[in-house]
Design a protein. Structure first.
Length: 386
């Protein structure tokens, strides 16, 4: 290989630079984790990724423009989008497209935080949901030994590319195509399970497949965003308990079951009410995580020029919260519930509790129930079902 990708010194300097960047952030790299980032290069997993140009995602290869800038972007502590609306950057038209990212390589410091929480030892049997580019599966192969890693993604286009690249690096993990919430090799169980796509609740099969004493690291996120990562240890009685990591994490949602986008009904213009609480409060991720705990499981949220719209498909309630040019924000609802009321109440409680940090919450998952708990310094216990 010629050019910048044939310059071993430059590539090594990039990996060292990335490890330093991660270390300067919130993660202190253990020597084993540093070893993973120094030994497993990122660029072979992302030969083409999308860069943002306004609203468009435009494919970017090393030969498009300045190769130094390309390599710097690959070894920056950023996520790299590789698929938009199911179109991989490697097959995208040069002018790119407008759409929603459907696969990416996670920001390395977030990868490091999650790998640190996963606490992988050599020989641990590991299951990764969301192969994506294969870069994290490469790090897992380095940490556990490639023959102990199974990784799954939902399309062959993704898994074939990832498998090829892992093999070219000398790693041969089991790369499966399927739904990571349900498709497992028969009877397989694992010491470690890591998901790199978010779920509103932990899929039942993940709890079942984790061995007693095993650890799972799972991004938990509902429609109000406020993405968090839960780290859970499986107990002998079959439950998994643990806490939320301090790191915020905006993972794309796990696509499982039939993908039917909810049909949001219109909110008719009818008399409404004023509120002191703007929907912008949901931009604060610590609060939106807390607010989500107070809302129905199937809640859908959208936002646009009309404001923030909340919809509960279970009873048909729709609530719009809009900031006004003059005066306080305005709430309009239709259906049995005003869905902004529980968020206003959650906000009052959040302030009364002195805005608790996400890492102060604990999580318990059993085969029948999943809950999040916060114990205030005065011993008052708050518990919500997921
Ligand atoms: C953030 S990306 C994964 C990043 C990846 N670990 C890496 O290192 O490149 C999230 C991935 O989850 C995958 N995904 C979504 N739903 C899935 C499902 N039901 N089963 C398996 N993978 C899924 C997406 O296709 C996407 O590739």
């Amino acid at each position: 290989m010629t050019g910048i990708l044939g310059d071993e010194q430059r590539l090594l300097a990039s990996r060292v630079g990335l490890a330093r960047q991660i270390d300067r952030g919130s993660v202190v790299l253990s020597s084993r984790l540093a070893g993973a980032f120094l030994n497993v290069p990122r660029h072979p997993f992302v030969p083409v990724f999308y860069r943002r140009d306004g609203e468009r995602f435009v494919p970017w290869r090393v030969k498009d423009g300045d190769p130094e800038a390309w390599l710097d972007a690959v070894y920056a502590d950023d996520s790299l989008v590789t698929e938009v609306d199911g179109i991989h950057a490697e097959v995208a038209a040069p002018e790119g497209l407008i759409g929603v990212p459907t696969s990416s390589s996670t920001a390395p410091s977030l990868m490091a935080d999650m790998l640190d929480a996963l606490d992988v030892s050599e020989g641990n049997e590991v299951y990764e949901v969301g192969t994506g580019t294969g870069y994290n599966a490469g790090a897992l192969s380095f940490l556990a030994g490639d023959r102990h890693v199974t990784t799954v993604d939902r399309t062959e286009a993704l898994t074939d590319r990832a498998r090829r690249r892992l093999n070219a690096m000398g790693f041969d993990p089991l790369v499966l195509h399927g739904d990571g919430a349900r498709d497992f090799p028969e009877d397989a169980t694992y010491d470690r399970l890591i998901a790199t796509a978010s779920v509103p609740r932990v899929p039942r099969e993940w709890l079942k497949r984790l061995r007693p004493g095993g650890i799972m690291v799972v991004p938990v996120k509902g429609t109000l965003a406020g993405g968090t990562v839960a780290r859970l240890t499986k107990l002998r009685d079959g439950a998994a308990v643990g806490h939320i990591l301090h790191t915020p994490a905006a993972f794309m949602p796990l696509k499982t079951g039939p993908q039917v986008p909810p049909q949001m009904p219109d909110v008719p213009d009818r008399p409404g009410r004023k509120t002191a609480l703007s929907a912008r409060v949901l931009d604060d991720w610590t609060f939106s995580f807390f607010a989500q705990l107070h809302m129905p499981a199937g809640l859908v949220r959208t936002y646009g020029r009309q404001g923030t719209i909340l919809y509960d498909p279970a009873d048909g309630s729709v609530t719009r919260v809009a900031d006004m040019h003059e005066g306080p924000p305005f709430v309009t609802s239709t259906g049995p519930s005003d869905l902004w009321r529980p968020i206003e109440a959650a906000h009052r409680l959040w302030q009364r509790l002195n805005r608790p940090r996400r890492e102060w919450f604990t999580v318990e998952v059993t085969p029948v129930e999943q809950s999040v708990r916060y114990t205030a310094p005065d011993g008052e216990v708050h518990c919500w079902l997921l």
